[in-house]
Design a protein around this ligand. Structure first.
Ligand SMILES: CC(C)(COP(=O)(O)OP(=O)(O)OC[C@H]1O[C@@H](n2cnc3c(N)ncnc32)[C@H](O)[C@@H]1OP(=O)(O)O)[C@@H](O)C(=O)NCCC(=O)NCCS
Length: 196
């Protein structure tokens, strides 16, 4: 078993979608919760890997992807690019759910129609990130290494800070981020940030 971090390659995209789904229920496998296995990836993996591949890094075990870290150096520009380049075909593919549909699938489709943030409320933290590792790669120090790798690349680009969103229900992730000195922004428990 050889675990290592390497840059994203376009052939990784399907693996990133799979990992996104298999960690999509507050860190646990969400496969049983979505009839469409691609919805979470369309939102939280695909646009970052495709639009900002230089900030996407893959964790592999014997060359098979088992985790990733990805994000954007500039949240506002990324959200604007998603509007122009990523979401339009998805909005044609997934029509708006009925108002009374409270399923998780419906919530994801509404998010596709809403898009990602086109402005950044926290100028001192222009970047944001997502990190997901399958259970076989967890608790061995790879999460820390991925975060350090990502922040190092941001710092090299002159980006001074990064934020992330986390559900307070994902206690494992919250404790991990807090251990790595991420702090709540504006008193919001679900938004944590750190200077690079
Ligand atoms: C959250 C996640 C990225 C953490 O990665 P990991 O590889 O398991 O964490 P590491 O082994 O690198 O831990 C790094 C440090 O954080 C600490 N840590 C990790 N989890 C912790 C926890 N729940 N509570 C306290 N400390 C924790 C470790 O002890 C370690 O400390 P050290 O480096 O000072 O010795 C990973 O578990 C994961 O991908 N989970 C599923 C998907 C998910 O929830 N993603 C986040 C969505 S917002």
């Amino acid at each position: 078993m050889t675990i290592e971090i390497r840059p994203y390659h376009p052939t990784d995209l399907a693996s990133l979608y799979r990992i996104c789904l298999q960690t999509g229920d507050n860190g646990n496998d969400a496969s049983g919760l979505y009839a469409d296995p691609f919805l979470l990836g369309h939102l939280w993996a695909g646009p970052y890997a495709v639009l900002e591949p230089e900030l996407c890094f893959v964790l592999t075990n014997d060359h098979q992807p088992i985790g990733y870290i990805l994000g954007t150096a500039d949240t506002a520009t990324f959200g604007t690019r998603c509007e122009a380049e990523w979401f339009p075909p998805l909005r044609q593919r997934y029509s708006m759910p009925a108002p009374g549909d409270n399923s998780r699938e419906a919530a994801s489709i509404r998010q596709i129609h809403q898009g990602h943030e086109r402005s950044n409320q926290w100028p001192e933290f222009p970047a944001h990130l997502h990190i997901d590792i399958l259970p076989q790669g967890q608790k061995q120090g790879w999460g820390r290494k991925l975060m350090e790798h990502f922040c190092h690349h941001l710092a090299e680009q002159g980006v001074g800070g990064v934020f992330l969103g986390v559900s307070p229900d994902n206690g494992n992730a919250v404790d991990f981020y807090r251990h790595l000195d991420f702090e709540p922004v504006d008193g919001q428990a679900g938004i944590l940030a750190k200077r690079t």
